[in-house]
Design a protein around this ligand. Structure first.
Ligand code: COA
Length: 323
């Protein structure tokens, strides 16, 4: 029997402060109608002053560990996806490591922007399958509010802050019917850097910078890349789209989510969507959505989940996971 990573628990955290579209419309030239019609977003959560990405991550991690029935000392790997780390270094993952009382093992960040959680999941899954760790915390955590240009209406209305986490554990299993991660599929294409990037950084400007995006171009690539990677994941496992119980997509835009679901001919009732209340939380968006559907009882033991995401780089990926 092959080693397989199974999901033992998940958790999430959203900052208390909710900012509605109406509140944004009072600051920049936009309207609730425009934002809802183009994106499906109604509101977003924004971190409090002084509340860091690691603070959100620790809350999410503790909730995931509680569901899994484990403590920090039981974890031997943290892979944390973020594009908004607390500091240039050390990694946000090591800050979380200290906070949850985990002193052994390894902790590091991965950077694939909005695809970050899928990249982190793939990394942890491969560590587990290689026998290099037994129990991993995979976290997506972001404070995108800190890198937004709050005067740019084309970007500032789209994003929010939050964190989500999952506990993976080494087990055994084979084939699509066994519990755990069936496969992960990652892609990137650095030629499209200019379409979605931050115009600052320690080496280039010595400033944090702001997010810049060619929204329409990103939209087109997102629909194509996500459709392709989703089909790749199904084909790799000899499955058809009707085998999927729940599509848990990156929550960037309702129209992108609906486009991906349409291509799969999936009933929208089987698509987990949180974009209206969370907006785009980048690496946190997939685990936040997953957690909502687990907590409200939609996702049940044995369900087949298809996770997918696309982000700056470009980066994109998918994973099939039997819960
Ligand atoms: N409020 C009101 N009007 C706005 C606006 C806002 N917040 N933002 C842009 N506009 C205006 C534009 O200035 C433009 O006006 P013009 O026609 O007078 O030039 C018009 O709305 C249309 O802009 P456009 O960018 O073509 O709209 P769109 O239909 O492509 O929607 C996005 C814009 C950003 C919502 C859409 O392109 C998108 O979702 N892209 C993907 C973004 C994404 O998901 N990124 C993250 C990937 S991880």
């Amino acid at each position: 029997m092959a080693i397989r990573s199974i999901a033992r628990g998940c958790g999430a955290y959203l900052p208390e402060r909710i900012v509605t579209n109406a509140e944004l419309a009072a600051k920049v030239d936009t309207t609730d109608e425009w934002i809802q019609a183009r994106t499906g977003i109604k509101q977003r959560h924004i971190a409090a002053d002084g509340q860091l990405t690691s603070d959100l991550a620790v809350h999410a991690a503790n909730r995931a560990m509680e569901m899994a029935g484990v403590e920090g000392k039981d974890i031997d790997l943290i892979v944390l996806a973020t594009a908004t780390p607390d500091h240039t270094f050390p990694s946000t993952a090591t800050t979380v490591q200290a906070a949850i009382g985990m002193s052994g093992g390894a902790a590091f960040d991965v950077q694939a922007v909005c695809s970050g959680f899928i990249f982190a999941l793939a990394t942890a899954d491969n560590f587990i399958k290689a026998g290099q760790c037994k129990r991993a915390l995979v976290i997506g955590a972001e404070t995108f509010s800190r890198i937004l240009d709050w005067e740019d209406r084309t970007t500032c209305v789209l994003f929010g802050d939050g964190a989500g986490a999952i506990v993976l554990e080494a087990s055994e299993g084979e084939g699509p019917d066994a519990q755990g991660i069936l496969s992960t599929h990652l892609h990137s294409d650095g030629r499209f850097k200019e379409m979605l990037y931050v115009d600052g950084g320690p080496s280039s400007t010595q400033t944090v910078g702001h997010l810049r995006m060619q929204g329409r171009e990103v939209f087109k690539h997102a629909v194509t890349n996500l459709s392709n990677v989703v089909l790749e994941a199904l084909e790799a496992n000899g499955l058809e789209a009707d085998a999927i119980d729940w599509l848990v997509p990156h929550q960037a835009n309702q129209r992108i989510i609906s486009g991906a679901a349409r291509k799969l001919k999936m009933d929208t009732a089987k698509v987990v969507t949180t974009v209206s209340s969370h907006a785009n939380t980048s690496a946190a968006s997939v685990p936040l959505a997953l957690n909502v559907a687990v907590q409200d009882g939609r996702i049940k033991f044995g369900d087949l989940l298809l996770l997918e995401a696309m982000g700056g780089g470009f980066t994109w990926g998918a994973s099939l996971l039997r819960w």
